[in-house]
Design a protein around this ligand. Structure first.
Ligand code: SAM
Length: 223
């Protein structure tokens, strides 16, 4: 969708959902190794060959993707959720990354046009308020030839048991996981965002206990 047709929204402010936020930070810190194992194929393909230098990560949480970013890089981390920050900062140090924390939502990025070569995210476009606006921002800040690399869970095929499960769990899931939408067609949003080239693979993790989020896509979009 052209950026001028996307309705304007308020800049998402930093937030902290109290106990629920702390629980989410604990959850992702505890399960990120497991999640990285079940998504090994997805992440190793989407994040292979990230160019060293500045990397913009949207919604890094507690730093699950830091293992895929070349050591010594500067990571511009767009993470509005303050409950994630203490672990995120510690993980960046563990991985030898120079962290610049941007406490804003990805809908309005505080970065100049054409300023970064790599943008990455995982399990984030399900949660942002307005994915079309986030995609427009990614395109704005990427340099020509820059890459947006993503791993996301998406809506299952319509009229399938997995989709019924997603629909039944939509509200409680969004409450527990701070706004995560199970039935979002994120692949379509990325395809329609106006990148010069989009490679998307739809592939279920080989085995995972997190059944509602087992419909996954990964890929790279190039400006
Ligand atoms: C499901 S977690 C995924 C965390 C991490 N990327 C991972 O794969 O483990 C979603 C993350 O998106 C962040 N988030 C929520 N709203 C956001 C927004 N508007 N812009 C950027 N990040 C956001 C959350 O705070 C959280 O860290």
């Amino acid at each position: 969708m052209p950026a001028e047709h996307i309705p304007a929204i308020d800049v998402p402010a930093p937030f902290h959902n109290g106990r629920r936020g702390r629980w989410n930070a604990w959850f992702f810190a505890t399960f990120d190794r497991y999640i990285n194992v079940i998504l090994r194929r997805h992440k190793s393909r989407a994040f292979a060959g990230i160019a060293p230098g500045d990397v913009l990560e949207l919604g890094p949480g507690v730093g699950a993707n830091f293992a895929f970013i070349p050591s010594g890089s500067r990571v511009l981390a767009v993470e509005p959720n303050r409950a994630m920050h203490p672990r995120l900062i510690a993980r960046a140090e563990d991985h030898g990354l120079d962290l610049e924390l941007l406490e804003v939502g990805a809908e309005v990025l505080p970065l100049p046009d054409n300023s970064v070569g790599e943008v990455i995210c995982s399990l984030v476009l399900c949660t942002v308020e307005q994915p079309e606006r986030v995609l427009a921002e990614i395109r704005r800040v990427l340099r020509p030839g820059g890459r947006f690399r993503f791993v996301e869970h998406v809506a299952a095929a319509p009229v399938s048991p997995r989709r019924w499960l997603q629909e039944a769990l939509t509200r409680p899931w969004a409450w527990v996981f701070e706004g995560c939408r199970l039935c979002r067609d994120t692949g379509r949003v990325i395809q329609d965002a106006g990148f010069a080239r989009v490679e998307i693979t739809r592939r279920r993790p080989a085995w995972s206990v997190f059944v509602p989020v087992n419909s996954m896509i990964y890929g790279v979009a190039t400006t």
